[in-house]
Design a protein around this ligand. Structure first.
Ligand SMILES: [Zn+2]
Length: 312
């Protein structure tokens, strides 16, 4: 399993330089990023495979969140499955926790027979690595973290399986992963076919909170005609900074020294500006809504004021 994880990470590194979008995407509001070549990343966040201390630092690179796209396409959207892995027999496998208590890859050949037939059970007793809950009023539901299923509950009906739950942001859960889970679930329900599906949490070094997840899927009976993707979704929450080592978090303050242009949502009626993730920005009357990419100071010069909730 460790070998496979290293392979995945290496592949992730290599393909970032080569990738281009290809296959069908869920109708997410966010489009697949246009310029994936730019996903060539600083090596600061070097990946290492969980439990393999020799990997240490610098064996791979993890894509960096650009502030807008909840995921990037990896390997030209081609999963890293070997041909022999595709099977029309349903199965599901979960990794044991590593010595740091972290999850590894979870894989399933998802068929209708694995899908839920009963009510959802409680998962509250599971405490994933890096679980330090915090609340922010601009996060949907308030809580920063969800016990985030690697393989979504709607696919394999796993409740309190510690090998399938990571500390994931609300943003990862809803914006990053859910559209892809829905794609798989809808396809399996409609066709009765199988989808080979694997989700791998990517940790940097010995950090307890995953930086993101690699999600791979390929429909079995039609060899990827129906569903195929290979993406990396970011475990981030816009407006919040996370210490991935421990899971602690704090409000991101726009660094006053930083004059990098950033995407803001203006309310031309109230004169406030917001982060794109702010609930007020999401719910804003389109007639008053304006997107700008500008340095923060230029908005202040234009007499816009920062929203008190998202504190852009
Ligand atoms: Zn706001």
């Amino acid at each position: 399993m460790i070998n496979r994880r290293i392979l995945l990470l290496l592949a992730l590194t290599v393909v970032l330089l080569l990738s281009a979008c290809a296959a069908p995407f869920p109708p997410a509001r966010q489009q697949a990023p246009a310029a994936l070549e730019t996903a060539e990343v600083p090596s600061a966040a070097a990946a290492s495979a969980g439990g393999d201390s020799s990997a240490g630092n610098g064996s791979g690179e993890i894509p960096e969140f650009d502030g807008e796209n909840p995921y990037v396409v990896v390997n030209g959207n081609e999963p890293f499955f070997s041909p022999g892995e595709l099977t029309s027999e349903s199965y599901e496998t979960y990794s044991g926790l590593d010595p740091l208590g972290r999850c590894g890859p979870a894989e399933a050949s998802v068929g209708r027979d694995l899908m839920p037939t009963q009510e959802r059970g409680s998962i509250r007793e599971v405490r994933p690595s890096g679980w330090r809950q915090a609340t922010y009023d601009f996060v949907d539901g308030g809580a920063l973290y969800n016990r985030c299923h690697l393989i979504g509950w709607q696919l394999t009906a796993e409740d309190a399986n510690a090998g399938n739950l990571i500390t994931g942001t609300r943003y990862l859960n809803v914006q990053g992963m859910l559209p892809f889970e829905n794609l798989v679930a809808d396809y399996v329900k409609e066709t009765g076919n199988h989808v080979l599906y694997r989700v791998t949490p990517i940790f940097a070094g010995d950090e307890l909170v995953a930086r993101g997840v690699l999600m791979e899927a390929e429909s079995v009976e039609d060899e990827g005609e129906g569903v195929q993707f290979c993406i990396y979704a970011f475990n981030v929450q816009p407006g919040v900074e996370i210490d991935y080592q421990t899971g602690e978090s704090w409000l991101a303050r726009a660094d006053s020294g930083s004059e990098e242009p950033q995407l803001y949502i203006l309310n031309t009626n109230t004169g406030k500006f917001h982060l794109p993730s702010c609930a007020s920005a999401v719910d804003m009357n389109p007639a008053n809504r304006e997107e700008v990419r500008a340095p923060r100071s230029s908005l202040l010069q234009d007499e816009y004021r920062p929203c008190g909730a998202c504190q852009p």
